[in-house]
Design a protein around this ligand. Sequence first.
Ligand SMILES: C[S@@+](CC[C@H](N)C(=O)[O-])C[C@H]1O[C@@H](n2cnc3c(N)ncnc32)[C@H](O)[C@@H]1O
Length: 207
Amino acid sequence: MTRKEPSDTVDQAVKPSGPIGRVMGFLMGRMNSAQNRVTVRALEIPDGASILEIGFGPGRGLAQIAAETKAAQIDGIDHSALMVDTARRHNRAAIKSGRMSIAEDDIGHLKAANNTYDICFAVNNFQQWPYQAQGIAEMERVLKPGGRACLSIRVPKRDTGIETVQHTRKTVSCADDLLEKAGFRDIETIEHDLGQRFAVLIIGTKP
Ligand SMILES: C[S@@+](CC[C@H](N)C(=O)[O-])C[C@H]1O[C@@H](n2cnc3c(N)ncnc32)[C@H](O)[C@@H]1O
């Protein structure tokens, strides 16, 4: 059997670690900034809201929420210890003020209590979860009734070396199906044109 090296590009995007993971985190911050921006803005985060971001990578989306909104509590989880450290460095002031908390955790079994958040969202990682239905069930569990879940997925306009239009479109439709199966209502899909790609947001409300 051939053992996969942890430096493999795909593995590093799924769980960045070590020196190559640092580079990957830097690239995520650069490449995904527009998608994080449109996602956070589309959420129209109300004053006083409590937010959970899943798989924040270098933590730029969390920083944007802290800077642009009056959310009361901004939490983030990521299963990569390296990304937790990186995001903590980028968000020192918000963490020190007590408004933000960043922790190592996995979408498959979140440590958060039931009915905690008004909004729970994930940018560019639903496609990586090994147990997507379980992940959506966890989002539903930690959301308050009336809370919103959002999955933001990058869809290229043309096939690239790392992703195809067909596969990413399939991922979008899978996200939509799973939100519906988990009982979310008023599910909507919003597409933002980001030049060479779309940011596709699937948003549903917990009854
Ligand atoms: C491609 S990066 C995207 C990072 C950031 N959201 C962005 O758009 O730049 C995926 C992130 O999700 C995290 N991730 C992947 N699977 C996860 C899981 N099962 N539980 C928690 N975090 C996960 C990875 O560690 C990584 O930081």
